[in-house]
Design a binder for this molecule. Sequence first.
Ligand SMILES: Nc1ncnc2c1ncn2[C@@H]1O[C@H](COP(=O)(O)OP(=O)(O)OP(=O)(O)O)[C@@H](O)[C@H]1O
Ligand SMILES: [Mg+2]
Length: 607
Amino acid sequence: MGELLNKLKIVVRVWKFFYKYQRYGILWGVALILAGLYPAISAWIAKAVINSVFSPPQQHFVSWLPNAFLFGIAYGVVTLLHGIISSSSAVELVTINDKNVRVTDQLLMEKTASSVGITAYALSQTRDEIRLASTGGRSVQTCFTGSVDLFHHLVAVIGLSIILIYYHPLVAVIVLLPAIPLLYTQPKVRANTFAALVYQSPVYRQMGYFLELMLGTSTAKEIRVYRTGSFFLNKYQQAADEIIKTSRRLRWNATKSAIAWGSLAAVGIGGAYLYIIYLATTNSIGIGDVVMYSAAVFYAGSSIRSLIQSSSSLSASILSVEKFFDYLDQQPPAVVTKSLQSPASAASRSQEWVLNNVSYSYPGRNEKALENVTFSIRPKEKIAIVGLNGAGKTTLMKLMLRLLEPDGGTISFRGIDLKAWDVLTLRKNFGVVFQDFSKFKLTLYENIALALNGGPASDYRDAAVFNAARLAGVDEIAGHVPQGYDTQLGKEFSKGTDLSGGQWQRIALARGFVRDASVVFLDEPTAALDAKTEKALFEQLMDLAQDKTAIVISHRLFVTPLVDRILVLDRGCLVEEGRHDQLMKHDGVYAEMFKTQVGMYWPTAHQ
Ligand SMILES: Nc1ncnc2c1ncn2[C@@H]1O[C@H](COP(=O)(O)OP(=O)(O)OP(=O)(O)O)[C@@H](O)[C@H]1O
Ligand SMILES: [Mg+2]
């Protein structure tokens, strides 16, 4: 019962959703539901026509016209109305579906983009949730039409039952009673089918992943070079086989029970016919009644079948829609505002960034990516973070951008805990170049303008974009591609142009500098650039960052003498801190790294 109530609640929410976004859809729904009265009305009119032909009443409704004609006309009008409603609603519901896809996709994208951090994306559970929510969004429409369908058939069954109960209750009992088990079991069996799909969803995702690997452009090179084609093909087949096997079993379960209980319901219909024939042959009912009962029983049989079908598909879509609403309802983790109240101390006011005992481990991993890291940064200071692969440099940057939340310790920016900042306001201060920067399949201009605070305007070219482009050496690229700044990037599109790794990186760099940010984060910003460009460009960037705080992560130690302070990370811990000459004198981890690099290029340099 509670379960039924829950389902009803979701149906109500879907109707409210339609009321909010597609109000006129409700009109069509109500019209279709009312059209469910058609079988009952037409059966009753048929009886009236025949009875007034065979035993004409003494008085006509209209003095000169036999009642049979009037009933005939009424029948015509009702049938015409029914036809108009059915066919126009079919057209309208398709349009409603198209619109609904847009509305739900938009809501999902907004919700996903509004989440503060990225930790959740690392979890396969969240990815499943998002995938299910997106399927669920598509089901909102199915759920709406499904519920209209269900109520339509329910109204039909109720209308017919009223006629039968009014004129002959026993016929109603014979028809309806045996159909109850079928009504009860079918939606349940179908629900299990969906639950199983949820259960299997990692396999589903795997299937999609292998397909993408085999057909996608980004992996085409490696797949060909390593000849791993048949390996992935086999993996795909395994996943697909598993899904097909399970779904087949579940479908058969549903069908077996449908056959069993369906036979019982059929016995009820057959019994009702026999009973009507019996009544007719014993002259207990007139010919008009025979026609009405037969029509009512026939319609009742088909309406019950449709009722079951629609209630089964409705409960499947309800389960799916539930995932959509669940996802939209998710609340972001509560913001801790306690530290907000504590007035910024004099020390923290002179410091722009204060990290205190910050620790972090990625979900599902035991070892800490960062452990008890403590340091602070003054406004406009230039900082380099160095360390071996996996030392935790990128993780540190993600924590400072509040893409991740520390497990322990606190990070404050301008004296206020990051958690107390409004994320959008906070991030407006930052320009960022990520190590694994994105290559957006947009035009060259849009690729940079994307990072402007407020995003690219459609009809206005921002001078800041061209400035940043010039500084990052993108104007040179623009000069060589077919449509300059309007060139569509990415091979996926016709007329699209792809760029070299270094060229893409320059675009990412321009993006990092296009907004008027007071802090710039650069994670390996020049790793893909040629040596000639690299040093010149880096010096230029440092010039540009003169009035900004700059946090640069780099393996190229030529950058370190150019900064105010170097932070050395080793396996998640901050092990050394200071200027280049200080750290060289200290002769620790940094000095070792530096000497190794110098030794690589000039083997005899420090002998
Ligand atoms: N999304 C992730 N999920 C789980 N573990 C991660 C994730 N990203 C990084 N790690 C782990 O966290 C540790 C620190 O990684 P991080 O990316 O911060 O290193 P890094 O210093 O930037 O290295 P590199 O010089 O190679 O860029 C590594 O052990 C890495 O395996
Ligand atoms: Mg990194």
